[in-house]
Design a protein around this ligand. Structure first.
Ligand code: HMG
Ligand code: MG
Length: 301
């Protein structure tokens, strides 16, 4: 076990993962105002939207307008989800610093989510990765269902390693490992990180936990002990994948910050501004968000 890191880098994914599953459409103006608020929290990366087929994800059909209208903070890296060349074309037009490509370690989830087999996905992503790199962009690869799949059950570390190996070979800069349905417990994190960290340096790996069963903070703690210091999280705990039934939101940025601040680990993020940005979107959505430290903050107001 490694010592806990001094610094943790958080990618704020609420404008993408957080909103993609919401029934209520948040107007472009509200999305832009909210992302501008998030840009002033000190967070180093914001995944601002998704350039997927709007018929599949109607909540983010205004990705191009959002990208064009947000006020860019030079200290923030703005990324978006990109599934194919059409998505990349729109994303480059709207403005991205990083193209975030995605696929699954599970064949069934890959098919449900992006309508292709794993093998048929590689050539599509190869082209996106190559073109995005040529345009001078960073590329992150998401690998979903790295622990369990909603259709197939347990996923073996070898299946995850095979996809990671192929994506790194194709040129991604780093990989975000998704606990898509929020089912993992710390021993699963250990069983996956042990072989992965013999192959890749810890800074190439990001962990992306959904918090369906309340295990995300325990899993983050475990991953930090293995030397991981990059995590995805979402303000208020918004989030979910429409093609992963039963999956709840991402781990809440608010709760991760409470943990990290308590442990004395630097993030560069202003916790109060995160709470305020959470209250903003909570009001717009008209429902309480799951973060416990947000609830505590709101009650104390
Ligand atoms: P497809 O239907 O197989 O694509 O979708 P196609 O190439 O056959 O094209 C069909 C139609 O889609 C055509 O339009 C294309 O123009 C259009 P038509 O001629 O029928 O009018 N199309 C597009 N339109 C706009 N933007 C595009 C685009 N591409 C095609 N980029 C595709 C394939 C991947 C696009 C589709 O399956 C899709 O959009 N899937 C997205 C699913 C999704 O967004 N899931 C949630 C995100 S992943 C996630 O949440 C997990 C993560 O958080 C990590 C974790 O938690 O594990 C990242
Ligand atoms: Mg996710």
């Amino acid at each position: 076990m490694a010592r806990l890191p001094n610094y943790v880098q958080i990618k704020e994914v609420a404008p993408r993962d957080g909103l993609q599953n919401e029934k209520k459409f948040i107007s472009t103006a509200d999305k832009v105002a909210w992302i501008n608020m998030l840009s002033e929290t000190g967070v180093s990366e914001i995944e601002y939207s998704s350039f997927v087929n709007p018929k599949w994800i109607p909540a983010l059909k205004d990705a191009r307008d959002v990208g064009k209208q947000i006020k860019r903070n030079p200290n923030v890296l703005y990324s978006a989800l990109v599934p194919n060349m059409k998505g990349l074309e729109f994303a480059l037009e709207a403005g991205i610093d990083s193209a975030n490509v995605f696929m699954s370690a599970s064949e069934s989830h890959n098919k449900k989510n992006i309508n292709k087999s794993i093998d048929d996905t590689y050539p599509v992503l190869d082209e996106v990765i190559q073109e995005a790199k040529q345009a001078g962009k960073r590329v992150t690869g998401y690998v979903s269902t790295v622990f369990d799949c909603p259709y197939e059950g347990k996923i073996e570390p070898e299946d995850v390693i095979r996809v990671c190996e192929r994506l790194f070979k194709s040129g991604v800069d780093d990989i975000s490992l998704g606990d898509t349905i929020g089912s993992a417990v710390p021993t699963q994190v250990e069983q996956l990180l042990t072989p992965l960290l013999t192959r890749y340096p810890s800074e190439k790996l990001i962990l992306h936990f959904h918090d369906t069963r309340g295990m995300a903070i325990a899993n983050i703690m475990t991953a930090m002990h293995y030397g991981i210091n990059r995590f995805d999280s979402s303000v208020g705990g918004l989030g979910g994948c429409p093609y992963a039934p039963g999956a709840a939101g991402n781990v809440a940025t608010n709760d991760v910050l409470y943990l990290l601040n308590g442990l004395g680990i630097e993030t560069g993020i202003n916790e109060k501004r995160i709470q305020e940005a959470s209250l903003f979107i909570q009001k717009k959505l008209g429902k309480l968000l799951p973060s416990r430290s947000l609830a505590y903050f709101a009650n104390a107001q």
